[in-house]
Design a protein around this ligand. Structure first.
Ligand SMILES: Nc1ncnc2c1ncn2[C@@H]1O[C@H](COP(=O)(O)OP(=O)(O)OP(=O)(O)O)[C@@H](O)[C@H]1O
Ligand SMILES: [Mg+2]
Length: 1108
């Protein structure tokens, strides 16, 4: 929850001085100091806001603060200028009351800042919308423009308003701003030509020179250097914290927003430049022969440039600076001006030019911001007028300013008291008048139409004859001598004759804010505010639209011989209008106080504050407020705030609020005279009573807090307890349920067990019974089966016996019959008939067998081994012999189909089979290969023609063989030829016969049992061929070669059959050595090839791969 600080909560000191106890000047200032030290710059006196200038920015003007104070009652939150602005705005909007906000205080106290804060607050809280925002913006942006032209740095304030400003902001019935009207009061124009030490001219001059572009300055014929201009004091041309260049841009922007046209801005700047130029025009004396003193312009360049700027003919202006023409009814008298008069004329022109420009600016702004509708509107006026001024040297301006402040003080006293009194009357409270200092008497001293100081000044100014400031003082001395607030050394009042603090050329007025000593010098001139007609006419002639407007009296066609109203008169009139205006409105006061003279934050100078408190009449303000009732509050909020102090009103009071408050107050130990009941408010006389109420309330709040805490804690504990209880019930319920469930499950399982036992027992019992029954039934069945079996067997036995008997009978009968038949037919049968029957039977069986065999004979293929089964065992011998006979016959049949060649081939194959079958592993692979004989086609191949011719006989076999080298076991290809007579080995390439061995020389052939193709041709010892030794050869057609060799050897007439040795180890005679050729199973690494290696002198090892 957002914590809000009420006026009465967490107060630093007291927020409302009315509640200050004890009330004294010291406690008042102490309270201000305490609050100031804690950054509480605002304090109330009832509805009046005292504002201390913090001289630094505080974080209390944020949009959040605006929201905080928006639509809140005045005393609801801690004192703030926003509370006052909100109160004023809401009573304007809701109660249709025109408002004025009077901001007073001395120079630098923060009036202008306060007025801007009020305006910005109102702008923030009032309605929104495109048009409304434009109006708001224009109203707000009028400030920078007026400040630039009307503010200056003074010793008291770096941004001192040198004019009085009253701004009426107009609102429609909804509270949306419609526009505004600004009134300005007495610009301190003397500043244009001369500034006191440590002060500056108006900001705009410096802003223009430092902020304008080079181009603009060139157009305005200006130089950026301040020192070039006589009217600009160099003392404090640069002010700390003031950026003139940036401010110039802000001003130009603001002028644009307010609605100034480009050419208007240019004209304004030209006028400002012209004023600066004017200051640089200097005069020199020139004596005429008639003895009169004349003046001449020293350097006409500035004059020329100024005339160019304003479009004035140089000669016209030059003449205006040299002559003064006085017109009286019908005559016109021109007199020359001496140097002093020329300077006076120049300065008068500069002052007039500037002050009229300022008034024009205000009018122009008013034109822009004026409400566009004529509908009835409500008004909030904000008055930011110069504060009371007491300088060392006080002149006409201070007199005027202080007069204005007197008037404001008066209106303040009047309105405050009147409001106070009216409120008492309104509320029906008894009221006795309170004594206070009424400054009407001072106002009267100044403004009285007959013998007021202003009236006398006017009179003096208008009087023909020699009029000087001294004559004016004399007049005052005569007329005001008796006035208790007027003091002068030369007055008739003898008590001042010896007062040395009062110089002779001065008079002193006891203002409400203190005594001020005025030097009369310049009073008459300033009041006259004289601008020579020649100058105004010269200005009117200018070819510059703005200048022309500013000097209408220079129009020769409308010459007005009447003297223009004096400055004092004008001011009195406008102040009078202002006062009337203010009196019609509901006043809201902001009293600004300056904490120190150093423009420094955190410094609180008691004496300075005390002085301001005194002259602002703040103590009186508090006293007046307290003389009646120190505090008042509407019944509703009062009851709301204090209802806890009485049991009957707490916590709710059902009846009207007033009765509630009455009951409440009656219940409290407060004397009846301490409070009064108004119509809508209760009035509390003494702050102590309020503090008593507050203290009681605080205690009560503490008790209430304790009570609330107690109830809350009780409630919390109870809730907690109830929650626990509820939870406990839930837990208990769940637990019981759980326990019951468990118990139930136990009982259930026990029941189930008991039940199961019972059922089991019953079942077993039943089973036993059933089994018994079944056994009985089975026994019966068995018995009956046995019985039936016995019966059946018995019957079977009987039947079998019967059958046996029948068979026996039949056999016996047959035998008997046979015997009888044989006995009977014996005489008819021969003795060997049995044998014949037997033979016949056998014959018939054989016959049937053979005939059956005819149809079941196997095929004619010699390799078909099938043969039909024999029907009788006695046919075993036939069954063995017949297939063999059939096979031989079938083979004979098969052979008979062969041609002679095929027959020879098969014979060879048969012979090969006889030689090698089951003896050499190579043989099976040769069976399917036909024996081709001539593999080299030796007779036809021309390559072997020579070899062919070398061999006489027919070649039976020609093939390429490898001749194994006896030395290393490597083979050399040789052509192997077999003829009927010999074996020839020839070179494969050349066909040259290497060896020719007659078949009879061959002793035997040796081969291995394995799948290799090695064979050794062993020669007969002693034969002619045996000289070179045996041949060890290898061939792919080993089986064919050996078979053919064997056959040929057999058929040769002169040779014995050739021996074929089949063994894995045989000897070969190589020349003189016998070498053993040994065949071994080759290692797998050698692959599938046969390799032959010479192992040593006696051994050649042939490794043969294993056949799968
Ligand atoms: N509320 C504020 N917060 C911060 N600074 C402030 C505040 N009020 C005033 N000041 C400072 O004090 C200076 C003077 O204030 P301001 O110009 O409002 O005085 P003034 O009363 O208008 O004086 P004058 O009568 O000379 O015009 C401001 O320039 C600003 O620096
Ligand atoms: Mg100001």
């Amino acid at each position: 929850m957002e914590v809000k600080t009420s006026l009465l909560d967490n107060m630093i000191g007291v927020g409302d001085m009315v509640l200050l106890e004890p009330l004294s000047e010291d406690s008042f200032i102490e309270n201000l100091r305490k609050r100031f030290d804690h950054n509480e710059i605002y304090t109330y006196i009832g509805s009046v806001v005292i504002s201390m200038n913090p001289y630094r920015s505080l974080p209390i003007f944020t949009p959040e603060k605006v929201e905080e104070y928006r639509n809140r009652n005045f005393y609801e939150l801690s004192p703030h200028i926003y509370a006052l602005a909100d109160e004023a705005y809401r009573s304007l909007r809701d109660q249709d009351k025109d408002q004025c906000i009077l901001i007073t205080g001395e120079s630098g106290a923060g009036k202008t800042e306060a007025s801007k804060l009020v305006m910005s607050y109102v702008a923030a809280v009032c309605g929104k919308g495109q048009e409304v925002n434009k109006v708001k913006e224009q109203l707000l942006q009028s400030n920078p423009v007026l400040e630039a032209f009307g503010n200056a740095k003074t010793v008291r304030n770096d941004n001192s308003s040198r004019f009085g400003k009253y701004m009426d902001i107009e609102f429609d019935f909804k509270g949306d701003p419609l526009g505004g009207v600004i009134s300005n009061y007495l610009l301190e124009k003397s500043r244009v030509v001369k500034q006191p030490r440590g002060e500056r001219n108006f900001h705009i001059f410096y802003q223009l020179l430092s902020g304008a572009s080079d181009d603009t300055l060139k157009k305005l014929k200006l130089d950026r250097d301040y020192s070039k201009y006589n009217y600009l004091s160099l003392d404090s041309a640069v002010v700390n914290g003031l950026d003139d260049a940036a401010n110039f841009r802000t001003v130009k922007n603001a002028m644009q927003i307010v609605g100034f046209m480009e050419d208007e801005v240019q004209s304004v700047l030209e006028l400002v430049a012209a004023v600066l130029k004017l200051g640089d025009i200097e005069f020199k004396p020139e004596s005429r022969c008639n003895g009169s003193d004349e003046s001449r312009i020293k350097d006409k360049n500035d004059l020329k440039e100024m005339c160019e700027l304003l479009g004035i003919e140089q000669s016209v202006l030059e003449r205006a600076f040299s002559y003064r023409t006085v017109e009286a009814r019908l005559e016109k008298v021109s007199t020359t001006l001496n140097v002093a008069q020329a300077y006076y004329a120049r300065d008068a022109l500069a002052k007039n030019l500037y002050s009229r420009l300022f008034s024009w600016l205000v009018t122009r702004i008013n034109e822009s911001i004026k409400a566009q509708t004529k509908a009835r509107h409500k008004v909030m006026g904000v008055l930011d007028i110069y504060g009371f001024e007491i300088f060392e040297d006080n002149s006409f301006e201070q007199f005027i300013i202080n007069y204005c402040n007197e008037k404001l003080q008066q209106i303040f006293i009047e309105l405050t008291l009147r409001e106070e009194q009216e409120e008492y009357v309104r509320e029906g409270i008894e009221w006795t008048n309170i004594e206070y200092f009424n400054n009407a008497i001072i106002c009267d001293l100044i403004e009285n139409h007959q013998n007021g100081i202003l009236a006398m000044l006017d009179e003096e100014c208008l009087r023909p004859g020699t009029v000087t400031d001294e004559t004016f003082l004399d007049k005052l001395n005569t007329i005001c001598a008796e006035h208790q607030h007027f003091e002068s050394r030369l007055s008739k009042n003898s008590k001042f004759l010896t007062d040395h603090s009062l110089p002779h050329n001065c008079f002193r007025i006891q203002h409400y804010a203190g005594k001020v000593l005025y030097r009369v010098e310049g009073f008459v001139d300033k009041n006259n505010d004289l601008l020579y007609r020649d100058l105004s006419q010269a200005m009117y002639k200018a070819n510059h639209s703005l200048i022309k407007q500013l000097f209408p009296e220079g129009n020769p066609g409308k010459v007005n011989l009447k003297r223009p109203p004096t400055a004092g008169f004008q001011f009195r009139a406008s102040v009078g209008t202002l006062m009337k205006n203010l009196q019609t409105k509901n006043p809201n006061y902001i009293r600004c106080i300056k904490p120190n003279d150093k423009k420094a934050s955190h410094i609180f100078t008691d004496s300075l504050v005390c002085h301001q408190v005194r002259y602002l009449g703040l103590m009186e303000n508090v006293r007046v407020r307290r003389a009646g009732y120190a505090f008042r509050q509407a019944y509703e909020p009062c009851l709301e705030r204090y209802k806890m102090l009485c049991k009957r009103t707490w916590p709710h009071w059902r009846g009207p609020a007033r009765e509630g408050v009455e009951v409440l107050m009656a219940d409290l130990p407060v004397p009846a005279e301490e409070f009064s009941f108004g119509r809508s408010k209760i009035f509390i006389r003494n702050p102590r009573t309020l503090f008593f109420l507050e203290e009681r309330r605080r205690q009560c709040l503490q008790d209430l807090a304790t009570l609330i805490q107690k109830i809350y804690r009780g409630w919390k504990c109870r809730s907690h307890f109830l929650l626990l209880k509820k939870s406990q019930i839930v837990v208990a319920a769940w637990y019981r349920r759980y326990a019951q469930e468990k118990k139930y499950q136990k009982i259930k399982s026990a029941t189930t067990v008991v039940q199961s036992y019972t059922r089991g027992w019953q079942a077993r019992k039943l089973l036993r019974e059933l089994k018994y029954q079944k056994r009985c039934e089975e026994a019966v069945t068995t018995i009956s089966a046995f019985w039936h079996g016995t019966q059946a067997r018995r019957e079977l036995r009987t039947l079998k016996e019967e059958a046996r008997r029948k068979h026996a009978v039949a056999v016996i009968w047959a035998y008997w019959q046979g015997l009888k038949v044989r006995r009977e037919y014996r005489k008819f049968f021969r003795a060997n008939a049995g044998k014949k029957i037997y033979d016949f039977t056998i014959q018939r069986i054989m016959q049937k067998y053979f005939l059956g065999l005819k149809s079941t004979m196997p095929s004619m293929s010699p390799i078909d081994k099938s043969w039909p089964a024999r029907p009788y065992r006695f046919l075993d011998g036939v069954h063995r012999e017949l297939p063999r006979i059939f096979h031989l016959w079938r083979c004979k049949k098969y052979r008979s189909q062969f041609t002679e060649e095929k027959k020879a081939v098969y014979e060879e194959k048969l012979e090969a089979s006889e030689i090698f079958k089951d003896k050499k592993a190579l043989y099976p692979s040769s069976v399917s290969q036909p024996f081709k004989g001539d593999y080299l086609e030796i007779s036809t191949n021309p390559k072997y023609q020579k070899l062919n011719s070398a061999v006489d006989e027919k070649v039976l076999l020609a093939d390429v063989v490898n001749k194994i080298n006896r030395a290393n076991g490597k083979g050399t290809a040789r052509i192997f030829l077999l003829t009927k007579k010999s074996v020839v080995l020839a070179d494969q390439k050349t066909g040259q016969v290497k060896a020719s061995v007659p078949l009879p020389d061959l002793a035997s052939v040796s081969v291995s049992t394995q799948s290799d193709g090695f064979f050794a041709l062993r020669l007969k010892e002693g034969s002619a061929s045996a000289v070179k030794g045996d041949f060890l050869l290898s061939s792919e057609h080993l089986i064919e070669i050996i078979t053919k060799l064997h056959r040929t050897g057999a058929t040769a007439a002169d040779s014995k059959q050739l021996n074929v040795d089949i063994s894995d180890e045989f000897l070969v005679q190589f020349k003189h050595d016998k070498v053993c050729v040994k065949f071994i199973q080759g290692a797998p690494k050698n692959g599938n090839s046969v390799s032959c290696k010479r192992k040593n002198n006696r051994l050649l090892e042939v490794s043969v791969p294993t056949t799968a």
